[in-house]
Design a protein around this ligand. Structure first.
Ligand code: UD1
Length: 420
């Protein structure tokens, strides 16, 4: 298991290229199951979760070709020969559940392992299943697997989601592209990654309207065809490096970064005393004055993203005054708090809220990554801390961030990966 050794106290300056969005690319790869023609995806991030998704798709029988040989352009094609998504892959990556809708729509059957809980919460899939039942699927649970059948195909319906779940919206969206008639998804999630998926599906011949509005209307078609699509830039990676500029009192140009995808994050950074400018093809982020405490509540898009909560918590731990961070999406997403406190932060958790009393400085310590975003909050703390931070269990980070040590080191960070 690799570790990072970080020597803090350096202001970051320079350019960082933002990669393709993990949470868009994973779903776009799955969309390849909806056609036997070739779906070519560009700007795919080179991260472990993409490798896992490739493995899952390949075991369904389709081919995933690395066209340029660098992992950045993938072509999905060929026929589905196996409709089972096995436990060993689904348990590694929850986004695997997204093959359920497409397999069912294409093949009339699917058997997908139940993902189970994960470190940040129980994360049930009830909305995915109820929505597919509304489209006519027969679903049963047996031996830890979801057995789904729709031998006569899926039929469009009106589905009201009780909560704007990202994954449920995407699963139902993909399934309904090939359902007979019209499907309406009410209270659909509005995350930009869903708009990216809609754009790709429409370019494959789907008929989807209402992208970004909270109501998606899908007119089912007989079949989808191949296309070429470029994955949107990763707004969470961009927001994360914005926090790196902020916590170190530096200035970074985040190439590919888009303020319109980061609305609530940009507003909160500004409130905390960080300057953010949209340039033609980049987001420039700098801090010259003191960081100020702010209150944050995570919400579905366009609210403040839960995937940015841990990184902001690290930043706010060295801000002037107090901050309150309330997590409303996942029930157990404060695992970074004890680790940040070991570095000198003063954070108390009360139920779903954390009170952060800003301290003057943090001190380096051995810390342990617990999940993807929490890992980066510890890197941020390490970049700002005096002395040496050793972050273990870096594999959590490798799931979703591309070339972290290279991107940070080229802007002046002292960070080194040590392989065990
Ligand atoms: C996606 C993102 C994740 C992000 C999250 C919220 C991917 C691969 N992952 O996860 O990074 O943090 O959106 O923005 O895109 N829920 C149910 N029943 C369901 C589905 C969800 O109760 O059937 C609950 C979940 O437990 C959670 C909340 O709804 O508490 C939000 O989950 P959801 O929006 O579905 O997140 P994911 O798609 O899993």
């Amino acid at each position: 298991m690799d570790r990072f050794i970080i020597h803090g106290g350096h202001r970051l300056r320079g350019d960082i290229v933002i990669g393709g969005a993990k949470n868009a690319a994973l779903k776009l790869l799955v969309a390849g199951l909806l056609t036997s023609e070739r779906l070519v995806l560009r700007n795919v991030p080179r991260i472990a979760d993409i490798t896992t998704m490739r493995r899952l798709l390949e075991q369904h029988g389709v081919t995933v070709e690395d066209i340029e040989g660098d992992g950045g352009t993938l072509a999905i094609g060929g026929n589905i020969t196996n409709t089972v998504a096995p436990y060993d892959i689904v348990s590694q990556m929850r986004a695997s559940i997204l093959v359920l809708g497409p397999l069912l729509a294409r093949c009339g059957e699917a058997r997908v392992s139940l993902p189970g809980g994960c470190a940040i919460g129980t994360r049930p899939v009830d909305m995915h299943l109820k929505g597919l039942e509304a489209l006519g699927a027969e679903i049963s649970l047996e031996g830890g697997y979801i057995n789904a059948r729709a031998p006569r195909g899926l039929v469009g319906d009106r589905i009201v989601l009780p909560f704007a779940s990202v994954g449920a919206t995407e699963n139902l969206l993909m399934a309904s592209c090939l359902a007979r008639g019209r499907t309406e998804i009410i209270n659909a999630a509005r995350e930009p990654e869903i708009a990216d998926l809609v754009a790709c599906l429409n370019s494959m011949g789907a008929r989807i309207t209402g992208s970004g509005s909270g109501t998606l209307t899908i007119e089912g078609v007989e079949a989808l065809h191949g296309t070429t699509h470029s994955v949107m830039p990763d707004r969470i990676e961009c927001g994360t490096y914005a926090c790196a500029a902020a916590i170190t009192g530096g200035e970074l140009r985040l190439i590919g970064g888009r303020a319109d995808h980061l609305g609530a994050v940009v507003r909160t950074l500004e409130e905390a005393g960080v300057e953010v400018f949209q340039e033609d093809d980049a987001l420039r982020v700098r801090r010259t004055g003191a960081l100020r405490g702010v209150d944050i509540m995570t919400e579905p898009y366009p609210g403040f993203p839960t995937d940015m909560q841990a990184q902001f918590m690290a930043m706010l731990s060295v801000a002037e005054g107090a901050s309150m961070v309330t997590e409303t999406i996942f029930e157990n997403r404060f695992m970074h708090v004890p680790e940040l406190n070991r570095m000198g932060a003063r954070i108390n958790v009360h139920g779903s809220s954390a009170i952060i009393r800003g301290v003057h400085s943090l001190s380096g310590a051995p810390v342990m990554a617990t999940d993807l975003r929490a890992s980066f909050s510890l890197i941020l703390a390490g970049l700002a801390a005096h002395g040496e931070t050793i972050l273990s269990r870096v594999y959590h980070l490798d799931r979703g961030y591309e070339a972290v040590e290279r991107k940070l080191a080229q802007c002046g960070a002292q960070i080194e990966r040590v392989k065990d």
